[in-house]
Design a protein around this ligand. Structure first.
Ligand code: GRF
Length: 187
C-alpha cells in the first residue's frame, strides 16, 4: 500500500472525472497528489480545471506521452476520459498501475468506436433496461483489462443518450475514486 500516491491524470475533454478526483483529494476522501494533467487535445477544458487548481498541465501528443509522463514519475496513471490509445512501451512501463473509466458495463458497448456519447446512443438504440460504468486496469487491448469495479444505472423510458450520459457520469465520478483507492491499497 502507498500512503500518498503520485497520480498522473490523462484527459481529452471536459474533465468532470478529473474534477471528481481533485474534489475527493481536497475533501480527504482520497489520499494522494495529482502531479500532472496531460491532454492529447489542446482545447480540452480539463486543462483549465488543472490550471485553476495549480496542477501542472500540458498538451501532449499521444506518441510523446511516455517520455513526458516520466518527468512526473507517477505511481498511478488514471485515464479520465482519455481517447488516445496508449502505445505498448507506455503500457509495459506502467502495467498494473493504469486505470480507466468506461461509461458502460464492460464487456457490453466497449472497444473500438465505443466512447463518449456513442456508447449511450447504442444503449438507447438497443432498448437496454440497464447500463452503467466500469473501472478497469489498462492492458494492451482496448477496454480489456481486469475489471476493478462496475455499477449499474437504470435506463428510463424517458431517456435519450444525453440524459443517460449525465446519470452515468454521476456514477463514474464515484466509482473512479473507489477504483483509485482500491489500486492504492493493492500497491
Ligand atoms: C466519460 O464518460 C468517460 O467514461 C468517457 O469519456 C467521458 C469523459 O468525461 N471515456 P469527462 O471528460 O471526465 O467529463
Amino acid at each position: 500500500m502507498i500512503s500518498k500516491p503520485k497520480i498522473a491524470v490523462l484527459i481529452s475533454g471536459g474533465g468532470t472525472n478529473l474534477q471528481a478526483i481533485i474534489d475527493s483529494l481536497k475533501s480527504g476522501e482520497l489520499s494522494g497528489e495529482i502531479v500532472c494533467v496531460l491532454s492529447n487535445k489542446k482545447e480540452a477544458y480539463g486543462l483549465m480545471r488543472a490550471f485553476k487548481n495549480g496542477i501542472p498541465s500540458e498538451f501532449v501528443k499521444n506518441s510523446a506521452m511516455k517520455e513526458t509522463i516520466e518527468k512526473y514519475s507517477p505511481d498511478i496513471v488514471v485515464l479520465a476520459g482519455y481517447l488516445g490509445i496508449l502505445e505498448k512501451p507506455f503500457i509495459e512501463r506502467y502495467l498494473g498501475r493504469i486505470i480507466n473509466i468506461h461509461p458502460s458495463l464492460i464487456p457490453k458497448y466497449c472497444g473500438k468506436g465505443f466512447y463518449g456519447i456513442k456508447v449511450h446512443e447504442a444503449v438507447i438504440q438497443n432498448r437496454e433496461k440497464i447500463s452503467g460504468a466500469t473501472v478497469h486496469l489498462v492492458d494492451e487491448g482496448v477496454d480489456t483489462g481486469e475489471i476493478l469495479i462496475q455499477r449499474e444505472v437504470p435506463v428510463l423510458d424517458s431517456d435519450d443518450a444525453s440524459t443517460l450520459q449525465k446519470r452515468v457520469l454521476e456514477v463514474e465520478h464515484k466509482i473512479l475514486i473507489e477504483g483509485i483507492e482500491m489500486l492504492r491499497r493493492r500497491m
